[in-house]
Each structure stands twice: as structure tokens, then as C-alpha cells.
Design a protein around this ligand. Structure first.
Ligand code: UDP
Length: 237
């Protein structure tokens, strides 16, 4: 498959894994996402993934209820490990070789994150899942995605969401929202479009890593994004 990209980092939110459920992980969504990932892996792309933890725990939410913020953030990072392990299991059941690398040491279940080892796994055709976010409280998994993408020199960050790209207003609220097929980083900032948190966004901008926001819930979209099908998603250039 022709593409300008070879090594990619896919960011999936934890919340997306909820599917129709009130909490936890929806098995059907997990299978669907794994099939999407497998489809691009089969095409020869080097694929890495960062999964959020919002379906299980968010430190900020804990803090609003009186919990120590740092404690809550570590719980959030552990939540990403649960999601990452579920994704790893699902991919391996489909015959995709994977490695889970954790930013927090837990050697019985994941390798520690070591950049050179991560890139070696990718070269060998293994899907690499980066768990436990950045390993630091007060950050998000979007920032972990940007950081890892830069470190491993990914060609693009693909941010899977529930809506098909970047709009001038929230398309889930405003049916007349207009989509930007491409948009500059300046415009994202000046229009205060909320595509990822500022730390994550700034890291990408400073390091010129392109971001594509797309609807991860539509089957086939991930492949289309890599084929640079202009009808799918929005690209920040
Ligand atoms: N988190 C953190 N540091 C990181 C990444 C995540 O402290 O580097 C914590 C934070 O509490 C966050 C939670 O883990 O709320 C889950 O991650 P996130 O909210 O980014 O998940 P998503 O919104 O993608 O589901």
C-alpha cells in the first residue's frame, strides 16, 4: 500500500473502550480496534499504540472528590496498563505479535520502556503498546502519545476519536459544524480547538510531528487515513 507514512503512533482514548457499557472494557470495541490495527500491520506499517485510561480512572476526577492528585494520577496510569493488556491479548489472539512497554516498572507483565528496544521491536514487525502514560503524574496519555511519537521518530500521530476530524464547533452538539480537512497548528490554537491538551499539542508542533484526528469507530478508517484519503479525518500541518 502506498503511503507517505511508515512508522505510526495511534492514540486511542480509554473512554472509547467503554462502548455501550457504563464502565470497563467492551469486548466488541476491543475486537474492532484490534482488527483495525491488524489491517494496517498486515500492510507492513510499523505500528505503536498508546491507550488512555479514562474508562477506568482519571486523577483529576479523583482530586475533585478529595483524593490526593498524585495518587489518583498513578491510579490512572495503572488504568492504562489494564487497557493496554486487554489490547495486547486481543491482538495476540488474532496472531499479531506485540510487546507491551510500561513507563512504570512492572516487569512480570510488561517490559520497561527503553527507546532503542521499542524501535527494534517495531523494525521486527511487532506492534508496540506503550502503557502507563509518561510515568509521571500531572500528564495525560495524549502527552505520552506525543512524547513517544517524537522519541521513536514516528511519521505521524493518529488520534482516534468519536468524530471524523477537527471541526469549527463540536459536531456532536452543532449539526452544522464545518470540518477542516487540513488545518495549521496556528489556527488550531487561535480558534482554541480542543484536539489534545496543550502540552501534547506543543510537543508535536515543536517537533513537526503531523497529527491526524479521525473517527476510529468507523471500520476501515484507519487504513483510509494512511492511504491519505482526504475524505477521512483532519490533518494538522
Ligand atoms: N496519567 C498520568 N500521567 C500520564 C498519563 C496519564 O498521570 O503520563 C493519568 C491521569 O490521571 C489521567 C489518567 O492517567 O487522567 C488516564 O489517562 P487519560 O485521561 O489521558 O486517558 P484518556 O482520556 O485517553 O482515556
Amino acid at each position: 500500500m502506498d503511503s507517505n507514512y511508515h512508522r505510526i503512533l495511534l492514540k486511542v482514548s480509554g473512554e472509547a473502550l467503554l462502548g455501550e457499557q457504563g464502565h470497563g472494557i467492551d469486548g466488541d470495541i476491543l475486537t474492532q480496534y484490534s482488527e483495525e490495527i491488524k489491517s494496517i500491520h498486515d500492510e507492513g506499517f510499523e505500528v505503536s499504540v498508546v491507550v488512555g485510561g479514562g474508562n477506568i480512572f482519571r486523577g483529576v476526577k479523583g482530586a475533585t472528590e478529595g483524593m490526593d492528585r498524585v495518587q489518583g494520577d498513578y491510579m490512572g496510569m495503572l488504568a492504562t496498563m489494564i487497557n493496554s493488556m486487554a489490547l495486547q491479548d486481543s491482538l495476540e489472539r488474532m496472531g499479531v505479535q506485540t510487546r507491551l512497554m510500561s513507563a512504570i516498572r512492572m516487569e512480570e507483565i510488561a517490559e520497561p520502556y527503553i527507546r532503542r528496544r521499542a524501535t527494534r521491536h517495531l523494525e521486527k514487525g511487532r506492534v508496540v503498546i506503550f502503557g502507563a502514560g509518561t510515568g509521571n503524574p500531572y500528564f495525560t496519555t495524549d502527552t505520552a502519545a506525543s512524547l513517544r511519537a517524537i522519541e521513536i521518530e514516528a511519521d505521524v500521530i493518529l488520534k482516534g476519536t468519536r468524530v471524523d476530524g477537527i471541526f469549527d464547533s463540536d459536531p456532536e452538539i452543532n449539526p452544522d459544524a464545518v470540518k477542516f480537512p487540513t488545518i495549521t497548528g496556528e489556527e488550531v490554537l487561535s480558534r482554541q480547538l480542543d484536539i489534545m491538551d496543550l502540552t501534547a499539542f506543543t510537543l508535536c508542533r515543536e517537533n513537526k510531528t503531523p497529527i491526524i484526528v479521525f473517527d476510529m469507530n468507523k471500520v476501515g478508517n484507519l487504513k483510509k487515513v494512511l492511504q491519505e484519503d482526504a475524505s477521512v479525518g483532519s490533518k494538522v500541518v
